[in-house]
Ligand binder design. Sequence first.
Ligand code: HEC
Length: 116
Amino acid sequence: MAALLPALVASFALAACDVERRKSDAELGLSPQQAAGRKIYDNYCDRCHEPYSTRGKKGPGLKGVFKNKYLSMSGLPANDERVGDIIRLGRHEMPAYSQTLSQQQLDTLLVYMHTL
Ligand code: HEC
């Protein structure tokens, strides 16, 4: 029985990894600025874009959005300028945020998106 215990604990730990649990800012190692950007993301972007998955919702998942050279859907360069434009101006089904977010909020949001 004693030998079984570690195996049991391990299988519970594995099962826990399978469910998608929201990680805290601390668990993600976010700086205060990155955490502030995450709040903006949660308020305005999360309903259409998965932050920690490439699985699509209404829009494409944004996991690793700045890790590749080009954006997966539009094929535009994955840099602050182009992504900032998409957020400001919107794109097809995506609403524009130039009236909603200040330049400072947009910058903070981009800082967070670099952690994805
Ligand atoms: C109502 C749903 C919706 C909301 C809210 C939304 N988006 Fe989008 N987004 C989309 C859709 C749909 C596309 C794909 C547009 C297209 O056809 O190119 C997209 C495209 C994008 C792209 C380009 C992806 C690519 O691969 O080309 C980025 C980056 C992006 N959104 C970021 C954001 C951010 C950041 C926010 C929050 C400020 C946000 N979106 C809010 C629906 C949404």
